[in-house]
Structure formats: structure tokens, C-alpha cells
Design a binder for this molecule. Structure first.
Ligand SMILES: Cc1ncc(COP(=O)(O)O)c(C=O)c1O
Length: 429
């Protein structure tokens, strides 16, 4: 196969390098499950953009909503609300259980988590925020202080009161206790550590129902229920960050539904805008009231923007009208089965995990010892991209493939992607 043609050298002249290396080709179009490069290559997108294009790239309903919103009202003062802003907060609160009845529309995941953290602090009058190792809540300072997957080094002190419990990773147990099946001992140990290290000012715990950047770590059944008990015993609020798990991706409308445990505050972002910057923080009447009485203030230039609210309504409509939640469960199981078949053929696959269409494949250099396949996954990821498949590397040592295509992906597209992975593994075998 010909090497991928490089873009012109001017490509990076003025682009600030803000993280991972840029891919070598410019992307000129995206539609459905595919992105298209300047060289005419079509690539299946197993990361749904930055995990946001859940209903497929450039869904016609999103394009239509943008046209409509552009002709009515794009932006307003934050004290003014449009009918679609009201409709969207109503819709989100209807989808969520009581008493999650108060929502604010924002733009990014980090911003929604900043709001959640501030709500928890002002409502409880306390300041300690307990995160989880391997978490990702955003790169602004408050959210970053509760983020343990990335970006903690070299920016000086984190927010005072940032504490952490270990992620229940049963493939690589953080307390060297379980193997393949977590029995929640790490949660008990984690809270022993919190009790020992907290200064008695715990405001909230913030977790993702399935840790994504952390390597697709699904909180095991029973974990959230026990976490809820531990929070309630101490008067701590529970914040769930459903940036990636919310709105259908995991085969339920929200990640917490499987466990029947509702949070005090939930944040929604990536999947809500379908590719546009839209996020929401939703909380209970009680937290909202306590926060208001104490003067909660978190308004930004683009809170309650009408334009993105119209798009968000279209996204939620598509998820409901096209039964994408059920689709994520069934086609997600199909994809997981196909990944498990690959695991039978290729020793480099140590583990296949996840729910719905948020799946993880852990690449190992040695299946017996579970030695992480650092170099192997890099080579495999690059080969997949050459062959027409975009897949992200996540997890502490970046040795887990995060498999999260749009919920609209077809079986044929999945089969094509599995074929590409198979070929990449055979090259390395
Ligand atoms: C679970 C989770 N929360 C929050 C964020 C931050 O979202 P944003 O990048 O929109 O600020 C991310 C980003 O990857 C995420 O995965």
C-alpha cells in the first residue's frame, strides 16, 4: 500500500500544538459514519469525531435545525431565553427522573462540570471534590482538578480539596485484589482513604458511569448503589458526568439507569450537541434552591444560546425517533461479539469490555502477563488509519482502543471496520 500522502508543509505553521499530534491529512468532509480526506480517502470514524457526532456526522436533521436557528435567533443576553431553550431544558428534565428538575444550558463538558462543582460547593457549603483515578472531566481548572487521566503535571497546584478514589479496573486491579471481576473492595478502600485524608469538607463525588479516557472502565453492577450509600452517609452530593454515556450511547438513555441510582447533579455535553458545542448541568430542586439562596452565579457569554438549543432539540428528537438507544444496545452487542471473535484469533487482544456502543479493546504485548502493548497499539492504530479506520487510544498507558462509532452505524460498516482491524493484526502477527 502507498504511504498516506502528507499535507503541504504549511499545514502546521500557525496551528498551536494543543495535545496529541495532528493526523497527516486534512479532513474535508464528514457524513454518517465516515470522514473524507483531502486525498479522497474515506475513513470509518470509530470515535464519532471527539465522541460528539453520536447521531452520525452532519445528520440532515442537525443541518436543518442549524438553518432554521440561523434564520430566527442565534444569540441573546443571558437573561433572555428563547422558546427552544425552554423546550430543551423541559425535555432533558422529562427524560431524567425526579427530582432532577432544574437545568442550565452551557457549551462544553468542562464548563458543565465547573458548574456542577460550583453548585455542589455552594449548596453544601463545603469545598472538597472527590474524583476517580483515570477520570476525564475537562481541561479548565476546576474540572481538571477532578481529572486524573491527563494534564495534572506542571500547571501548579490543583483546586484545594481535590481528592480521589481508585477506578474499579478489574483487568488491572488498582489495589491488586480482584482479577476480571471487581467486588467493589477498591471502593471501600477508597472511602477509607477519603475518611483518613479529608478535612471534613466533602462537597461531592464526581464520576463517569463508564470511564472513557481512563480506558473504558464500566463501573461494575452495584458500584454506583454503594457509592450512593457512602455519599448519603456523609452528606456528600453525587455528580455523574455523562458527557459520553448520556443520551443513548450505552444502550440506555443514561449510563446510571442500569443501576437504578440517580445522582444529585448530572452533566451532559458531547452527545447533546451532535457535534456543536452544547452542554447542560441538571440538578435537583433542593440543590438548585440551596444554591440560589446562597447566590449561585455561573453565567457565560453563551449560556442559553438559542442556536445550539435548537440543534440540541433536533439531536434528542433523532435519538428518540430513530430508537437509537435500543439500536446502541443491539448493534453494540453485535460489534462486541465481532471484537470477541477477533480476540479469539489474535493474542494481542487482552480484553474486550464496555456497554452498548462504548467499547474498549485492550492491546497487550503478552496475554498471560498482561504486559501493555505500548508499541503494538501505536503500530496497529496507524495501520488501521492507513486502511481506512479511525480509532482512538485511551487508558493510562494508552493501550486501549476506544470503540465508539455513531449510533447510526450499519452492520456493513462494522463488518468493514472489523475486516480492517483483522488485517492490521495479521500484519503484526
Ligand atoms: C467524560 C467527559 N467529561 C468531560 C469532558 C470534557 O468535555 P469538553 O472537552 O467538551 O470540555 C470530556 C472530554 O473528553 C469527557 O470525556
Amino acid at each position: 500500500m502507498e504511504p498516506i500522502p502528507q499535507s503541504s508543509p504549511s499545514f502546521e505553521r500557525h496551528l498551536l500544538h494543543y495535545g496529541r499530534d495532528f493526523l497527516p491529512e486534512l479532513i474535508v468532509r464528514a457524513e454518517g459514519s465516515y470522514i473524507y480526506t483531502e486525498n479522497g480517502r474515506s475513513i470509518i470514524d470509530f470515535s464519532s469525531g471527539q465522541m460528539c457526532a453520536t447521531i452520525g456526522h452532519s445528520h440532515p436533521k442537525i443541518v436543518g435545525a442549524m438553518g432554521q436557528a440561523g434564520q430566527t435567533v442565534i444569540h441573546l443576553d443571558s437573561t433572555m431565553v428563547s422558546p427552544d431553550v425552554v423546550a430543551l431544558v423541559d425535555r432533558l428534565c422529562e427524560l431524567l427522573p425526579d427530582p432532577l428538575n432544574k437545568a442550565q444550558l452551557l457549551n462544553t463538558g468542562a464548563e458543565s462540570n465547573e458548574a456542577a462543582i460550583k453548585l455542589a460547593k455552594i449548596a453544601t457549603g463545603r469545598f472538597e471534590i472527590i474524583g476517580m483515578t483515570g477520570s476525564w472531566h475537562g481541561t479548565t481548572t476546576g474540572a481538571a482538578s477532578a481529572t486524573y487521566a491527563h494534564g495534572r503535571k506542571k500547571y501548579g497546584p490543583a483546586m484545594p480539596g481535590a481528592l480521589a478514589i481508585p477506578a474499579p479496573n478489574s483487568y488491572r486491579c488498582p489495589i491488586r485484589h480482584c482479577k476480571n471481576q471487581c467486588d467493589n473492595t477498591c471502593l471501600e478502600v477508597g472511602f477509607d482513604m477519603i475518611d483518613a485524608t479529608s478535612v471534613g469538607e466533602e462537597a461531592a463525588v464526581i464520576v463517569e458511569p463508564i470511564q472513557s479516557a481512563g480506558g473504558i472502565i464500566d463501573l461494575p453492577p452495584g458500584y454506583l448503589a454503594r457509592l450512593r450509600e457512602l455519599c448519603d452517609e456523609r452528606g456528600i452530593l453525587l455528580i455523574l458526568d455523562e458527557a459520553q454515556t448520556g443520551l443513548g450511547r450505552v444502550g440506555d438513555m443514561f449510563g446510571f439507569e442500569r443501576d437504578g441510582v440517580a445522582p444529585d447533579i448530572i452533566t451532559l455535553s458531547k452527545t447533546l450537541g451532535g457535534g456543536l458545542p452544547l452542554a447542560a448541568v441538571v440538578t435537583t430542586d433542593a440543590v438548585a434552591q440551596a444554591a440560589r439562596e446562597r447566590g449561585f452565579s455561573h453565567f457565560t457569554s453563551h449560556t442559553s444560546d438559542p442556536f445550539t438549543a435548537t440543534v440540541g432539540l433536533a439531536v434528542v428528537d433523532v435519538i428518540l425517533d430513530e430508537n437509537l438507544t435500543e439500536r446502541a444496545a443491539t448493534i453494540g452487542q453485535y460489534l462486541k461479539d465481532r471484537l470477541c471473535e477477533l480476540q479469539e484469533r489474535h493474542d494481542a487482544i487482552g480484553d474486550v469490555r464496555g456497554r452498548g456502543l462504548l467499547l474498549g479493546v485492550e492491546i497487550v504485548a503478552n496475554r498471560e502477563t498482561r504486559e501493555p502493548g505500548y508499541d503494538l497499539i501505536k503500530a496497529l492504530t496507524a495501520r488501521c488509519f492507513e486502511l481506512g479506520l479511525n480509532v482512538n487510544q485511551v487508558g493510562g498507558p494508552h493501550t486501549v482502543w476506544r470503540i465508539a462509532p455513531p449510533l447510526t452505524i450499519s452492520k456493513d460498516e462494522i463488518d468493514r471496520a472489523i475486516g480492517i482491524m483483522d488485517q492490521a493484526f495479521r500484519n503484526e502477527d
